[in-house]
Design a protein around this ligand. Structure first.
Ligand code: NAI
Length: 276
């Protein structure tokens, strides 16, 4: 028997980073739970693949090719997604260049797009820091702002989910830019939760442990094997994560099942870190 508190039928979701890894798994699962999913990513080919996978499974999906670090592109796409929910129409393969009205309905924002960066503090250049903060922090901020505005305007409440990282719990060499961007995401999550709670909008972060995705696979294979081995040893559950492990955390935070949860960090990490 399906649990009603996880049923997203009739809801509209916007997912950034939907072309790959955790974003794709989340988009697919939200669609499986019944939501119409507006998928956004800069990788056009894989983005349209995700939308096609959702449609092939009987769901409804729309695709927006965009750069999350570009505020105008995000604003336009989110407004377009919300407007489509009001009118019941979506243009199917949008490019992020359409004209949204800014009114309409958006129930769920999952701001998942992000990049990895690794390098010692003493070798960190300003341009590395700027690039990581532009995508991992500002990109999430712009998505949150656009979503919260649409939700407040619609007056229907909503759930915003950001993607932090276990890096903020564990630290580690080379994690300056990436960890700083994810720490900023945590602060954004807590601050926004306090500001939009009165509008019945919940804001929570997911801080995954090591998950097997194209991002982690981009590490050279020896380093990856070593990190996987270390993470597996550190985890009480004795394994690293899969994208679906995180998609289920996203679904939980998106759904009514978590209706009393806001300003929190959910840590699907196999038990690697157990902060208070
Ligand atoms: P991935 O590389 O498989 O997917 C990331 C997606 O974001 C890609 O489709 C990429 O095209 C998109 N993207 C990157 N920059 C973009 C931009 N400027 N505009 C639009 N789209 C952009 O990576 P993965 O592993 O699925 O990561 C997803 C999120 O989860 C990231 O925020 C990452 O930091 C976070 N995370 C991942 C962990 C892991 O072990 N894989 C652990 C903790 C957090």
């Amino acid at each position: 028997m399906a649990v009603k508190a996880y049923d997203l039928t009739g809801r509209t979701a916007f997912v950034t980073g939907a072309a790959s890894g955790i974003g794709r798994a989340s988009a697919l699962l939200l669609a499986e739970a019944g939501a119409t999913v507006h998928c956004a990513d800069r990788d056009a080919r894989k983005l349209h693949e995700t939308a096609a996978l959702i449609k092939a499974a009987g769901g409804e999906a729309h695709a927006y090719e965009l750069d999350v670090a570009d505020k105008e592109q995000i604003d336009r796409a989110v407004a377009q997604a919300a407007a489509a929910a009001t009118t019941g129409t979506g243009s199917g393969t949008d490019t992020g260049t359409g004209t949204g009205t800014g009114t309409g309905r958006l129930d769920i924002m999952a701001a998942i797009a992000g990049i990895m960066h690794s390098g010692p503090v003493l070798e960190t250049r300003e341009k590395d820091l700027d690039r990581v903060l532009d995508i991992n922090f500002k990109g999430v901020l712009y998505a949150c702002q656009a979503a919260a505005r649409a939700m407040i305007e619609a007056g229907t409440g909503g759930s915003i989910i950001t993607m932090a990282s276990g890096a903020v719990d564990t630290g580690g060499p080379g994690l300056l830019c990436y960890g700083a961007s994810k720490a900023a995401v945590v602060q954004l999550t807590k601050t926004l939760a306090t500001e939009v709670g009165p509008h019945a909008i919940r804001v929570n972060a997911v801080a995954p442990g090591w998950i097997r995705t194209p991002m982690t696979e981009r590490h050279d294979s020896q380093a990856q094997a070593h990190t996987e081995e270390v993470m597996t040893r550190m985890a009480p559950l004795g394994r690293v994560g899969e994208p679906d492990d995180i998609a289920h955390a996203v679904l939980h935070l998106a759904a009514d099942a978590s209706s009393f949860t806001t300003g929190q960090i959910l840590r699907p990490n196999g038990g690697v870190a157990m902060p208070w």
